[in-house]
Design a protein. Structure first.
Length: 383
């Protein structure tokens, strides 16, 4: 604080010409006469000290918020704390997020829509609507009085059409992905000519923290998910299968497992290229996910092999499910550059009701064996 006071004292060295000509000093007119001048110095100095004190209080509040988010690496906690604490610390009636659709932030926040806070305080916005407000400006924007022109950013309630608001852009790894917004009933809370330097500094730190959180969440996500299809990977699948098998044994519930792969997948790669092969894998993964029940678990096992865990399901129901899946693939070909590619599957189904199934590993092995038998029958022309 001492260096700030020194700067203020230097600013109080008013030249005589300023007094003679009644020049403005620090935004105020100097009065005539030495006694008046001394009083002016004191009052002006007190005003600047008061402003300095207010700035220090604001800086302390920003530091308090920063300290709450700096160490968070969990995406949901980061946003829940940011959205609630910013309103509490700064006494802002409403704080919310605008998320640009199809941005990296949108893809990260979509899995968190079960968070009540994030549901209530997130609004998705088209990039053209976002750019219409910010354009090439990367600093916070302040608006007051009539807010209707910025409806794309505002919550649905009509009460947010008036008052004032601050919109500060949010970045992930240098890409603008949305904004953190504040709203107040008072039109004087966020006026366009106000200084936004503190808010700009905060948003730089928020964006840096968000980039770190996003990187951590991606690492955590890909530790359990296949990067191509987004399905659970083999490691996660085996953990879930062991858990589901234990639960089925404990409660005497049926459990089915389907082991499947794509027919002639090597030919798809050889004839059309590996990019089309990847498209086929993604297409199958999306189809499986869309058709199975919410409680079923789909995973990519390896290469073109997939597995489906069906809790509380008998083998005949699993068979019916696979008929539905194959029927869909038969009638909905994969389109690539105008060419249609019909995908067929082979599969093996096992159940905890089968003989000799005493472990999750045995269930998986039996399904794999049945898949192998079906593949051999198709190659031999039996089926």
């Amino acid at each position: 604080m001492n260096h700030l006071i020194t700067r203020l004292i230097k600013r109080m060295s008013i030249p005589a010409s300023a007094v003679k000509n009644k020049m403005k000093v620090n935004g105020l007119y100097c009065p005539e006469g030495s006694n008046h001048l001394e009083q002016f110095k004191i009052e002006n100095f007190e005003l600047m000290l008061e402003q300095l004190h207010e700035n220090e209080k604001i800086q302390h509040k920003f530091h308090e918020l920063e300290s709450k988010i700096l160490s968070i690496l969990n995406f949901q906690d980061f946003f829940e704390i940011l959205l609630t604490e910013m309103g509490n610390i700064f006494n802002v009636p409403y704080v919310w997020l605008s998320v640009i659709k199809k941005s990296s932030l949108a893809s990260l926040i979509n899995p968190l829509i079960d968070s009540k806070i994030i549901i209530e305080k997130t609004k998705f916005i088209d990039r053209p609507d976002f750019n219409a407000v910010f354009g090439n400006i990367s600093t916070p924007r302040l608006f007051s009085n009539t807010l209707q022109p910025f409806t794309a950013f505002l919550p649905k309630d009509d009460k947010y059409q008036t008052g004032s608001m601050a919109i500060a852009p949010v970045y992930i790894d240098g890409e603008i992905v949305g904004s953190l917004n504040q709203w107040d009933y008072a039109s004087t809370r966020f006026e366009p000519d106000m200084d936004t330097s503190f808010l700009e500094q905060l948003m730089m730190k928020v964006s840096l923290c968000l980039s770190n959180v996003a990187a951590h969440e991606k690492l955590k996500y890909f530790a359990y998910h296949d990067p191509l299809t987004g399905l659970l990977n083999r490691r996660a699948f085996e953990t879930v299968l062991n858990s589901e098998f234990s639960r089925s044994q404990r409660h005497s519930h049926d459990l089915c497992l389907i082991f499947l792969d794509l027919d002639k997948f090597k030919q798809i790669n050889d004839k059309h290229g590996h990019d089309v092969g990847d498209e086929a894998l993604i297409y199958v993964a999306d189809t499986l996910t869309a058709i199975v029940r919410e409680e079923d678990i789909v995973a990519r096992f390896a290469g073109d092999e997939f597995v489906i865990i069906l809790p509380e399901t008998k083998a005949d129901k699993a068979q019916t499910l696979m008929k539905r899946i194959q029927s869909y693939l038969n009638t909905h070909s994969l389109n690539h550059d105008g060419a249609k590619l019909t995908i067929s599957l082979s599969f093996g189904i096992t159940s905890t009701q089968d003989m000799g199934i005493e472990s999750a590993a045995a269930l998986l092995k039996k399904a794999d064996e049945k898949l192998y038998v079906e593949k051999e029958e198709k190659r031999g022309g039996v089926k």
